[in-house]
Design a protein around this ligand. Structure first.
Ligand code: PGA
Length: 259
């Protein structure tokens, strides 16, 4: 592993769970992993908006060493933006990161690279870590266009994004490389192929910002493929969907990523 920081393991709960299920999740999670183990990674959860308050209080109640995230963030401070959420609303619950441009938002709800760029700029301005998602779809993958597609998405989604290198945040930006065909399908990318793309993304990011920005892999990560993926030298961690709803499996992913 050639990581400059600890692995980053973020759970995306998507439109799943409830107050009751979230409580059961954290009760079980607490019993399957120790804070000492959690200290070896940066671990976070992005529940639905309706659970930000609850999850924030469970993190405190159970004293779990994880951070809270959101599945979106709007570029405006407030106003007529039905269905969106602002940085100040997120910060009320101590939200530390925001997923931006997830492929489900891009493919089902018309999220464009230009929206992602505006969301990313706002997140950075408000000191919320943007977790920008990019990745090719199945036909692009089969046509051998992954590098081209991912590079274009990266550049357009980071258009006009500036990072103040003097700002004292450990993580200013995180990229999640998520091949669309691997999300929720049980078909994770080949570790070496994922690594090649993460390497390309890291090089592009270094050219843009002069910084080593963490790049996560996402797409059917589970406790069986964790070790072979984290062994790769350019994969800094994971954005986990389905498996992040299963406390034992998620704990096992964290453990395997840090040992
Ligand atoms: P998955 O989802 O782990 O269920 O494939 C990943 C994601 O959508 O971020």
């Amino acid at each position: 592993m050639q990581q400059s920081h600890s692995p980053i393991i973020l759970g995306n709960w998507k439109m799943n769970s409830s107050s009751q299920n979230a409580r059961v999740f954290f009760e079980t999670f607490k019993n399957t992993i120790t804070n000492k183990e959690l200290e070896k990674a940066l671990v976070g959860f992005a529940p639905p908006f309706t659970l930000l308050d609850k999850v924030s209080s469970f993190i405190k109640e159970f004293s779990i060493n994880v951070i809270l995230g959101s599945q979106n963030i709007h570029w405006a401070e407030s106003g007529a933006h039905t269905g969106e959420i602002s940085a100040s609303q997120l910060k009320e619950f101590n939200t530390k990161f925001a997923i931006i441009g997830h492929s489900e938002r891009r493919t089902m709800y018309g999220e464009k690279n230009e929206h992602c760029a505006k969301r990313t700029i706002q997140a950075i301005k408000e000191a919320i870590i943007p977790v920008l998602c990019i990745g090719e779809n199945e036909s692009e993958y089969k046509a051998g266009k992954t590098k081209e597609v991912v590079t274009k998405q990266l550049h357009e989604s980071l258009s006009n994004v500036k990072i103040d290198v003097k700002e004292n945040h450990t993580y200013k930006l995180i990229i999640a490389y998520e091949p669309v065909w691997a999300i929720g399908t049980g078909l994770s990318a080949e570790p070496s192929e994922a690594n090649t793309i993460c390497k390309l993304i890291k090089a592009e990011l270094f050219n843009l910002f002069g910084l080593n920005i963490p790049v996560l892999y996402g797409g059917s990560v589970d406790d069986k493929n964790t070790s072979s993926l984290i062994e790769q030298d350019r994969i800094d961690g994971f954005l986990v969907g389905g498996a992040s709803l299963k406390p034992e499996v998620f704990s096992s992913i964290i453990r395997k990523s840090t040992t």
